[in-house]
Design a protein around this ligand. Structure first.
Ligand SMILES: [Zn+2]
Length: 182
């Protein structure tokens, strides 16, 4: 496995549309290697998730995992989840504000309104279908990661840039949490 280079805001790859992975390619060596490398990269940089365009690959794949993450100390745990060709459908009009960061927008946090409940349809890394209802924080992470597959970053979803803050200032003025790591 290897740690991949993460594209930063301004790299055109973050603004492009990702292509679906053909069913017969999900279990291929190449796709499995990419997924393994994405998981390792996400863990190395303490991401809550990572989408393939963030590692310069325009394929509809994202990985999500939250467990004792120093970047999100208050966040509930999410077991490792691999999503291939995800489709997200709103289950409500209700949106809730929450803090987000992004490995492609290093050292920043901003308040982002997100739908509080979505239906997620996707395939896992074996090609088995996933169909579930996600709420609150899990729904937020899913929306953030799947946005990347459409060339959208969290800044595009913000209503009010007055909450956009560097991490050190976020710790100092907004949360008082130290030891953040991006
Ligand atoms: Zn992101």
């Amino acid at each position: 496995m290897s740690i991949l280079k993460v594209a930063r805001l301004g790299h055109p790859v973050l603004r492009q549309q990702s292509a679906p992975v053909p069913m017969e390619e999900i279990r291929s060596r190449e796709t499995q290697q990419l997924i393994d490398d994405m998981v390792e990269t996400m863990r190395e940089y303490n991401g809550a998730g990572l989408a393939a365009p963030q590692v310069h690959v325009l394929k509809q794949i994202c990985v999500i995992e939250v467990s004792g993450n120093p970047r999100y100390p208050e966040a509930p745990s999410i077991p490792l989840t691999v999503l291939v060709n995800p489709r997200v459908t709103p289950l409500t009009d209700e949106r809730e504000d929450g803090w987000e960061g992004c490995l492609s927008v290093p050292d920043m946090r901003g308040m982002v309104p997100r739908l509080t409940a979505v239906r997620l349809e996707a395939y896992d890394r074996e090609g088995q279908p996933i169909d579930l209802v996600a709420k609150e924080f899990f729904a937020r992470v899913i929306q953030h990661e799947t946005d990347h597959l459409n060339g959208v970053v969290y800044l595009d979803r913000m209503n009010d840039f007055s909450t956009l803050t560097h991490l050190a200032e976020w710790n100092k003025y907004w949360l008082g949490v130290s030891e953040q790591d991006d």
